[in-house]
Design a protein around this ligand. Structure first.
Ligand code: ADP
Ligand code: MG
Length: 398
């Protein structure tokens, strides 16, 4: 019996298209002897579709036409219900499209990679690949992520943060706090951005005001960091879980301007249909051995500090003026699932997916050993003196 894998992609995210590329690369790579694949595309407005037409990237040029070739589907948030349902059942069409054994989220960005989707999977009790809800949420929010890493002694660039409300209500005080703490230049980021969207450097107060307003147009939580002027970016992926994880080789992505842009990442030389694979990069990174060792060790520490599972890519910044190495961010569902880094560890893309699915099933099995019930039903328990809602447990709601 083949394992039925639901590959979920798209979503209400600025990275919708990038996730189509990641998913299609993964579906092409998966071992068809072992797995049957059910592609599930979430539109930019949040509707779910399934169908063979989703397997051809060329079809995404005309989304309306593509969706006409597919059927709308949904899942029910009921524990133990692994079915994918069709919205429009007909006389000859059953309500259930298929029963899914495991889900592979190939989703990037907000409403997808940030724990929201993983929460649905937890709710349904379906095994799914990659990070759990908590790790996904912490990994997506650059403020929370940096707080956790700092607490664990993992080096991060100096930062400040505030909310859009605070910016509106106490602008002068917030600016003063940032200028005193960080000075200029700084880099302004929406806390939950991805693919460099909404990010700008600011070299003075005027640029800061513009950059914050721009970032606020994307999200309500803003992080401002010291701008590392002479930097080298190095990425390293980690595969496994808390108890057993390994780091990949390192890569250096090449940028064309002040920051590594959306264009640098995905649109190089007209190779946009290859997602992260189209970034110009040096791989393995040509770094001193001590730096490589530090980065690979710190990548695993970051993965464990955030309680990640599956594959994640940890992005570093080397300050070339001082030699300091910082964790910049974690991508809990990395572009192209970082398959191109694992090939150097002799783990080809199909084997990478085998590992991810194996880790997903193990996590589900481990979760089964944890208690979800505690003791007796307090309503059924005979109160030890007093009314049924009082007695042993005191007043309800306290
Ligand atoms: N502190 C910093 N100093 C200098 N450049 C930075 C800094 N942080 C990020 N960048 C640049 O901005 C890019 C995007 O920032 P990043 O935090 O990775 O956000 P995203 O989640 O959008 O990829 C980085 O790849 C890097 O080129
Ligand atoms: Mg980045």
């Amino acid at each position: 019996m083949k394992i039925n894998v639901g590959v979920v992609f798209g979503g209400r995210s600025v990275e919708n298209e990038i996730s189509v590329i990641t998913a299609n690369q993964a579906m092409q790579a998966m071992d068809k002897e072992k797995y049957s694949i059910t592609p599930i595309y979430i539109t930019k407005t949040g509707k779910w579709y399934s169908g063979e037409a989703l397997l051809n990237v060329d079809n995404y040029r005309d989304t309306k036409k593509l969706l006409d070739m597919c059927e709308e589907v949904y899942m029910r948030p009921i524990y133990g219900d692994n079915n994918l349902y069709r919205t429009k059942k007909g006389l000859f069409k059953k309500e259930i499209v298929t029963k899914l054994d495991v889900i592979l989220p190939a989703l990037h960005g907000t409403n997808c990679e940030d724990g929201t989707f993983q929460g649905i999977m937890e709710f349904c009790g379906i095994p799914y690949t990659g990070c759990n809800t908590l790790a996904s949420a912490n990994g997506m929010d650059k403020i929370t992520m940096k707080m956790i890493l700092k607490e664990c002694g993992i080096p991060v660039v100096d930062y400040s943060w505030f909310s859009d409300k605070e910016w509106d209500d106490k602008k002068a005080a917030t600016i003063e706090r940032i200028e005193n703490h960080l000075g200029y230049p700084v880099i302004v980021k929406p806390a939950n951005s991805g693919s460099s969207v909404g990010i700008r450097a600011a070299h003075n107060r005027e640029e800061l005001l513009e950059a914050v307003d721009y970032a606020i147009s994307f999200t309500s939580r803003i992080i401002i960091e010291k701008y590392v002027q002479k930097l080298k970016e190095v990425n390293c992926a980690v595969l496994g879980n808390y108890y057993d994880c390994e780091a990949s080789v390192c890569e250096v992505p090449v940028r064309s301007g002040e920051i590594l842009s959306y264009q640098d990442k995905y649109m190089n030389g007209g190779k946009q249909s290859q997602g992260m694979q189209s970034t110009v990069r040096e791989i393995p990174a040509n770094l001193p051995e001590a730096s490589t060792d530090f980065i690979r060790k710190t990548a695993c520490e970051t993965f464990r500090a955030l309680d990640c599972d599956g594959v994640a890519r940890i992005d570093f910044i080397i300050d070339e003026a001082t030699g300091d190495i910082f964790v910049n961010e974690i991508n809990t569902i990395p572009g192209s699932l970082s398959f191109y880094l694992w090939e150097y560890s002799e783990i080809n893309f199909d084997k990478l997916i085998d590992r991810l699915i194996d880790i997903a099933f193990r996590r589900k099995q481990d979760a089964g050993f944890k208690a979800v019930n505690y003791g007796e039903n307090i309503f059924a328990a005979k109160a030890a003196g007093g009314s049924k809602t009082g007695g042993k447990f005191g007043k309800l709601g306290k």
